[in-house]
Design a binder for this molecule. Structure first.
Ligand code: PBE
Length: 268
């Protein structure tokens, strides 16, 4: 694990993801509140995971911005650093948000989006197929749908006119969790007869886009904390369809072999 102080072992860096992610703002806040003499590196979700993988292969110390559900916890032995000041919020949920007017324009899609609800283990199964088994997101989503007919059935409205190839546009960010959920919803809406377009954007654009009605829906709203600021700005202009997943969490994550346990220890 090398010599020196904790900070030296981590090279004075926290490996982050895309600017605009809620977890990046939360980490800037953690740096202030815990007076950490660390630099938060902007990166991408894919580059963060690549850095984690290579550090683990050489047993180096690394601290990354991490979240649950995420396949990395199934792939490696990892732990969250304790957050005694509660900077990263508590347990949260992922919500589905629709544009106003969607209910009238596409009732079957709206009802499906409203009914969409699954477990962290469901999302993780899709994420593992994409990121560990190297499946294409569309393939992984279709596989999950095939293998979970009973769950999917509950999301399918009855007695409502089908999509008739009407276009539905879903905005999302290329976070591994949201790639999984958005592709699953895409394929269920296609089964309902919609022509579904996915648009990958950054977090700010996803939120202004749903507020302005440029997207029909998003299934990537981390609330009440991670996307709390973004949500406040659009909440009167959208329909919040409630949680599609409960038991989500964000924080700082390290490999198990790292011998500190709390964000406070980063200063040692
Ligand atoms: N995440 C994944 C996002 C929400 C979903 C935790 C990286 C964020 O921090 O905004």
């Amino acid at each position: 694990a090398g010599q020196g102080t904790v900070k030296e072992k981590f090279n004075g860096e926290i490996i982050g993801i895309e600017p605009g992610a809620g977890i990046m703002k939360a980490t800037e806040k953690a740096i202030k509140e815990y007076s950490l003499d660390y630099t938060l590196k902007d990166s991408s979700s894919a580059a963060m995971v690549a850095a984690l993988k290579s550090a683990i292969e050489s047993k180096k110390w690394i601290v990354v911005t991490g979240w649950t559900p995420h396949w990395m916890f199934a792939r490696w032995d990892l732990k969250y650093l304790e957050d005694p000041k509660g900077v990263y919020g508590g347990e949260e949920h992922i919500a589905t948000i629709a544009r106003k007017g969607l209910q009238k324009d596409a009732p079957a899609a709206y009802q499906m989006l409203d009914a969409f609800y699954w477990q962290p283990s469901d999302m993780e199964a899709v994420m593992l197929d994409i990121n560990v088994n190297k499946m294409d997101p569309d393939e992984a989503a279709q596989k999950w749908i095939r293998e979970n007919e009973d769950k999917v059935k509950k999301w399918i409205p009855e007695g409502v006119p089908k999509g008739n190839l009407k276009k539905i546009k879903l905005g999302y960010v290329e976070w591994d969790s949201e790639i999984a959920s958005t592709h699953v919803v895409k394929h269920v809406l296609m089964k309902l007869g919609y022509d579904v377009e996915l648009k990958a954007v950054d977090a700010g654009v996803m939120w202004t886009g749903i507020g302005a009605g440029h997207f029909d829906a998003i299934v990537a709203a981390w609330l009440p904390y991670t996307h709390g600021d973004y949500y406040q700005q659009v909440k009167d202009k959208v329909d919040n369809l409630g949680p599609n997943l409960e038991g989500a969490k964000i924080g700082l994550v390290v490999p198990d072999y790292v011998t500190i346990n709390s964000i406070e220890d980063l200063n040692k």
